[in-house]
Design a protein around this ligand. Structure first.
Ligand code: NOJ
Ligand code: CA
Length: 677
């Protein structure tokens, strides 16, 4: 890593006041290594603003910085007292990921700021410029003491009435991420979640998010004026947003910038803004495919609670494990194994889960051993119903139990809007809780997959056992969700929004797309079901990145299905990722190279429209011969009334070939490219 440090004298404030505008721009800003992105500050009338540009075009107009503490205490008149520059160029290898190596190449400007009078509180504003975006954070000095922050006043004054792709956030109730995306001009937004993806009229793509959320409240964006968004923080039950004792560092506010939607992914900015791994030996952290006692509960053929169709019966679980072992999957998830599902568990106040006591018909040690003997793992499940104290009380013994019997991964769940004491889902209280779970799991050698999580801000760099999470409408909504399930465009939006935060446990791979429920009740057209073709289900394994990928359907629905071969073959860990073509809400085509193998996978998905593309395979190494195994929408395929036809074919290809990808309405295509024999 190269480091360059240059401190500026205390006379800076004066020098700035006297300098002409162009020189100010120069001294108070920092430029990305490729020179295109610039972030700088602008003190004005005792207030502090930042601004961002790309290629000289404004991205953020002067946007205010600051805080409000309890009692209406905002920062007094501010002055810049000095600054320092730094830069870094460092590449690290990820234990797992959508790419093997990440390069953090940035320039930094650290600006020292102080209140001119009053409490004379001082803080640093640290600005970093990367080729793929900019970021900044506040580092509060000791004079802030023990504080109660009511709001962070950071603004994002967009330079354009950009088109935004958003889900509503931080409403009084409910506080959820499992909402369908909408798109509208920024001037029509209310309060929204991040990542917030924005398309400027000049074509620039901008994503506002945050990184390294460790001991702070999750940030939403609320529109205050025409095109001005302001940070608004999730709250403790008493209305405070953040409690802390200075010195104190906030999360990074990130603004990813790209020329085309295709260049937004893979999005690695947040990883560069998190500390390196705290886990020295990561060999026990293994990406995998898994199946599980799960979909049956969502389509009502099995139950979480006790009874004749209890899913977590030992014999039933063995059936799932046998299927997983026979097909090279690494794990079997079992939900409903522990006492507590026979009450109204959806209700946070009523939930009484035990995380150590199994139902009598579930043999935990026996099944964990059964899995281990087959080279796989039982994946445990902790649904908390957001009753956090109940979970934290049992956390260590629950993880120790898993470690003892050899369960190597856990799926957690946070059904519910607020904790039993009224803290918001993304509040500082919950941020602390999630870190505690990740760290406890790490101590016991357990990988974590969180449902109804807090947003992903790059934790996986520091804690690589934090594998995957939900945090959007996944497959389960196609079992019982309103509006008939997720619309066909859903995943083409997710790729450019939710997925820019990090991996998602979407749980693809439903083959019985018409959900022929055994009850014999005729289905009504408005009933929920996956609104995709079968080929699109396969493509989702490549398009929606997760180091844990579920083969989500019932084992019997994969029997005698040639298309299941793709799920057996597809990789879950990658050397490289290339987005070949994409438009938000329309289509995505992605190629990924399997980690350490000369094998590529391509996933293509479309929305409700049929689409065709000619895709050059120039991403392949030149001079080598490959075979493409193609799983395409079959004749007459259509998500509406004929989702099942898949045509499987083979084609000899090399780096000079072009593949014609034709997708049906709601369709897709999945391709494995392996070396020719
Ligand atoms: C919601 C999760 O997303 C789902 O996967 C799980 O089955 C239920 N909660 C029960 O924990
Ligand atoms: Ca969920």
């Amino acid at each position: 890593m190269q480091k360059r440090l240059r401190a500026w004298g205390m006379g800076l404030a004066l020098a700035v006041a006297a300098a002409p505008a162009a020189a100010q721009q120069d001294t108070m800003s920092v430029r990305s290594p490729d020179g295109r992105n610039v972030i700088g500050i602008e003190p004005r009338d005792g207030r502090l603003f930042y601004r961002v540009s790309r290629d000289g075009q404004p991205v953020m107009l002067p946007s205010r910085l600051g805080f409000e503490f309890r009692g209406g205490d905002t920062l007094g008149a501010l002055r810049v007292t000095g600054a320092a520059r730094d830069s870094a160029d460092e590449t690290w290898t990820q234990p797992w990921g959508e790419v093997a190596h990440v390069r953090d190449h940035h320039n930094e400007l650290r600006v020292h700021v102080a209140e001119a009078g009053g409490q004379a509180r001082a803080f640093d504003l640290v600005l970093r410029a990367f080729d793929d975006g900019v970021a900044f954070r506040y580092e509060l000095g000791e004079r802030f003491g023990a504080f109660e922050m009511m709001e962070e006043l950071t603004e994002f004054a967009l330079a354009d009435n950009a088109r935004a792709w958003w889900i509503p956030g931080n409403q009084p109730e409910p506080d959820r991420q499992e909402i369908l995306y909408s798109s509208s001009p920024v001037s029509r937004l209310d309060t929204v979640h991040t990542p917030l993806t924005l398309q400027y009229t000049n074509g620039t793509q901008v994503v506002i998010h945050e990184a390294n959320l460790v001991d702070y409240a999750g940030m939403y964006l609320a529109r205050t004026q025409n095109r001005v968004l302001r940070s608004t923080l999730a709250r403790w039950a008493d209305g405070v947003a953040v409690r802390g004792t200075a010195p104190f560092v906030t999360p990074w506010r990130t603004i990813q910038v790209a020329d085309r939607p295709e260049d937004l992914a893979p999005s690695l900015l947040t990883l560069k803004l998190n500390p390196p791994s705290r886990i020295a030996n990561t060999s026990w952290i293994t990406p995998m495919k898994y199946n599980g006692v799960w979909w049956g509960m969502h389509i009502n053929t099995e139950t979480w609670g006790s009874g004749p169709t209890h899913g977590a019966r030992t014999e039933n679980v063995k059936r799932y494990m046998d299927f997983a072992a026979a097909n090279g999957l690494g794990g079997t998830l079992v939900e409903g194994w522990n006492l507590g599902w026979d009450v109204d568990w959806f209700n946070t106040m009523q939930a009484t889960f035990s995380f150590t006591q199994p139902y009598p018909d579930f043999d935990l040690p026996g099944l964990a051993a059964y899995a281990r003997a087959r080279g796989m793992t039982l994946i445990g499940h902790h649904e908390t119903a957001t009753k956090i104290e109940n979970y934290e009380r049992q956390l260590d013994s629950a993880m120790a139990l898993y470690e003892r019997v050899g369960v190597r991964a856990v799926k957690t769940g946070y059904v519910g809007d607020k904790t039993e004491h009224g803290h918001a889902h993304q509040s500082q209280y919950m941020v602390r809780h999630h870190r505690r779970v990740i760290e406890t799991a790490a101590r016991h050698g357990i990988m974590v997959n969180v449902h109804e999580p807090i947003k992903d801000t790059g934790e996986r760099r520091t804690w690589p056992n934090m594998l995957s999470r939900e945090g959007s409408r996944g497959m389960e909504y196609n079992a019982w969700g309103g509006e008939g399930g997720n619309p066909p465009e859903h995943e083409t939006i997710l790729f450019f929004t939710r997925m820019l935060a990090g991996p998602m446990d979407f749980t693809p791979g439903i083959f019985d797309l018409l959900i022929q429920r055994p009850t014999g009740t005729p289905r009504r057209p408005e009933d929920a079901r996956p609104r995709t073709t079968l080929a699109k289900q396969l493509a989702l394994y490549v398009v929606l990145y997760s180091p844990l990928q579920m083969a989500a359907d019932l084992p019997e629905n994969y029997a005698d299905q040639p298309a299941f071969q793709f799920i057996r073959d597809v990789a879950v860990d990658w050397d490289t990722t290339v987005v070949l073509n994409g438009r938000i809400g329309d289509h995505v085509i992605v190629a990924r190279k399997e980690k350490g193998q000369d094998e590529w996978f391509v996933g293509a998905i479309t929305d409700e429209e049929a689409r065709s593309f000619d895709v050059p395979l120039s991403f392949l190494p030149a001079g080598r011969r490959y075979v493409a195994e193609i799983y395409a929408d079959g004749p007459g395929a259509d998500w509406r009334d004929n989702p099942l036809p898949v045509t499987i074919s083979r084609q000899d290809v090399d780096a000079g070939s072009t593949l014609r990808i034709e997708m049906a309405p709601g369709g897709g295509q999945a391709i494995r490219i392996r070396p020719a024999d």
